[in-house]
Design a protein around this ligand. Structure first.
Ligand code: IPM
Ligand code: MG
Length: 357
């Protein structure tokens, strides 16, 4: 039976994960498949109880699972922790690294019913369908050394960006394979005019591209890409890039859909797949039942499709989300004139109802 580790984490992570679990259970009942869900502590919640962001018990659960459904972690309460204990580093990055999930897929699709929710003009975002493929286990997020030391002016801090041919090859290759089932275009994003790692990225991407003559290929500098994403986002199909550029560009791309709360992600390629919305724990709105659970619900759908091969239930969940939005229901972040604003739980329930309908 598929085993899923559910790690709600902190802040709104708790509410949105609860909604996504309900949707998963509803889909399981409707489509007649079984899921084994086990919840565990992660992030600040784990730190407060055990002194560790990623306690051994959670590590073991993840190792024994096929997939992880993650909410979000972090908050001002834990911002004082030293680098090695920081929730993001000792928790999230360790999880991604341990899983070996090197490719983070962030699909950015425009819902016609949400065209008015974007801060961009409707004609700019209409019909966009972009897949951001972010390298997830390398680059400056994991590079060593990372330290601080005394300096004449106070302190000096160092982070390290590193990439090997193999790390670039596998994620770019995946981007090309994914593009083949889409509109057959890959844009590789780097900063090759300045960075050595980006020059290696560009050379490696070119050699991978040569294996896919049926897929259109282009390189783009990251600063230009940031501009093109708001200028003419419809030019993009699959966008592949290194860890930090992918982090930044995917938040920007999220706004094409109207809200960062809408975007799901799948981190794949390792021993266990991780599914999480791309947003954070939003401590300012936590516990208020106003967060948008759609990103997490769509992440659960990606899990059914990618890890468990359950394509029909996945598509049903995605359609249920569309139908609920088309009926005019919105969480506060995507509300518009004439829409009915509902809370996190209600949004989850409405989607469950559509899944069973
Ligand atoms: C994301 C987040 C994380 C990241 C943070 C919370 C460490 O922003 O998943 O995009 O930078 O990867
Ligand atoms: Mg981010």
């Amino acid at each position: 039976m598929p085993r899923i580790a559910v790690l709600p984490g902190d802040g709104i992570g708790v509410e949105i994960t609860r909604a996504a679990v309900r949707v998963l259970e509803t889909a399981a009942k409707r489509f007649g498949f079984e899921l084994e869900l086990h919840e565990a502590l992660f992030g600040g919640a784990a730190y407060d109880k055990t002194g560790k962001a990623f306690p051994q018990e959670t590590v073991e659960l993840v190792e024994a699972s096929d997939a992880v459904l993650l909410g979000a972690i972090g908050g001002p309460k834990w911002d004082h922790l030293p680098a090695t204990e920081r929730l993001e580093i000792a928790g999230l990055l360790r999880l991604r690294g341990m899983a070996g999930a090197y490719a983070n897929l962030r699909p950015v699709a425009a819902y016609p019913s949400l065209a008015g929710a974007s801060t961009l003009k409707p004609e700019v975002v209409r019909g966009i369908d972009i897949l951001v493929v972010r390298e997830l286990t390398g680059g400056v997020y994991f590079g060593k050394p990372r330290f601080r030391e005394p300096h004449a002016t106070g302190l000096r801090a160092v982070d390290t960006v590193e990439y090997s041919t193999g790390e670039i090859e596998r994620v770019v290759d995946l981007a090309f394979r994914l593009a083949r089932n889409r509109r057959k275009k890959v844009t590789s994003v780097d900063k090759a005019n300045v960075l050595e790692t980006s020059r290696l990225w560009r050379e490696t991407a070119a050699s991978v591209a040569a294996k896919y003559p049926d897929v259109a290929f282009e390189n783009m500098l990251v600063d230009n890409c940031a501009m093109q994403l708001v200028r003419r986002p419809s030019q993009f199909d699959v966008l592949v890039t290194e860890n930090m550029f992918g982090d930044i560009l995917s938040d920007e791309a999220a706004m094409l859909t109207g809200s960062i709360g809408m975007l799901p992600s799948a981190s794949i390629g390792g021993t266990v797949d991780i599914y999480e919305p791309i947003h954070g724990s939003a401590p300012d709105i936590a516990g208020k039942n106003i967060a948008n659970p759609v990103g997490t619900i769509l992440s659960a759908a990606l899990m059914l499709r990618h890890t468990f091969g359950l394509d029909d239930p996945a598509r049903e969940i995605e359609r249920a989300v569309e139908r609920v939005l088309e009926s005019g229901y919105r969480t506060a972040d995507i509300s518009a004139e004439g829409s009915t604003v509902v809370g996190t739980d209600e949004m989850g329930e409405l989607i469950c109802r559509e899944v069973t309908a």
